[in-house]
Design a protein around this ligand. Sequence first.
Ligand code: RIB
Length: 298
Amino acid sequence: MGRILVVGSINTDLVTFIDRLPEAGETVAARDFAQLPGGKGANQAVAAARLGADVALIGRVGNDGFGHLALASLAEAGVITDRVLPTENVPSGIATILVEPSGENRILIVAGANGHVTPADISEEALAGVALVVLQLEIPLETVFHVMTLAHGLDVPVLLNPVPAVALDPERLRGLAYLVANRGELALLTASPVESTDQIAAAARKLVRRGIAHVVVTLGAGGALLVTATRVAHVEAPSVAVVDTTGAGDAFIGCFAQTLVATNDVDTALSRAVRYAADTVTRRGAQTSYSEAKGFEQ
Ligand code: RIB
């Protein structure tokens, strides 16, 4: 099985479990607090590694307590971190997360060291033996585009998760093997309505016409939709008791990437990723909610 290379963010999540959001100027007591490993890049790498993939992560942390803990947690999950650079004079990435009783989350990120991941951090050599490159947008855009260009030149397929959502030049997305986005991100990328399944499929088809082979739209409790040049496939999500949705999208991508590399079958990857992500929302946190293959498939 080839390696998955994730180039992306590493954060510490400072998570407060709330009953309700305070109004401006108001102080409200919350239920609970947890400091947990996070960051979309790290989360996706950990999910894939827990499921048995060979995964390397390229990114940066500050030379501080948060960074050291994040590296230890990645190593414990089996992610190869020899190209994660501890960086002087910048803090590690932080996410302040509020989780409501419904499990819904609100996330504020401070990039810190993630903002210092530069094109020079990723050479052709880092792509040797890589079967799939996985990218998100919590590191500088020029670095994301640099990795895409390198990978395209070497015929290594690229999966992009365009989060946090930004309007991107569609030409820059040409050649992607996979784009995995939620409804809001799809709306922003395509300037299209995305209320109904037909509208979502039509918006995704726009991206396919712009040169993306597979567009996957994650729909939360509604499962996920796969759109290619020749077909649309919808996978329903199992019904679960939602505790915390943080990192569910990352779990989806980690599982999708691991299954793709293991089976080369996009339909198997889609249905397995939907089930894996649904399983993770029944527990608190991002990486802390990701089970190993045995736990999830029993
Ligand atoms: O997708 C969830 C993640 O987003 C959190 O772990 C947080 O760190 C932010 O990157």
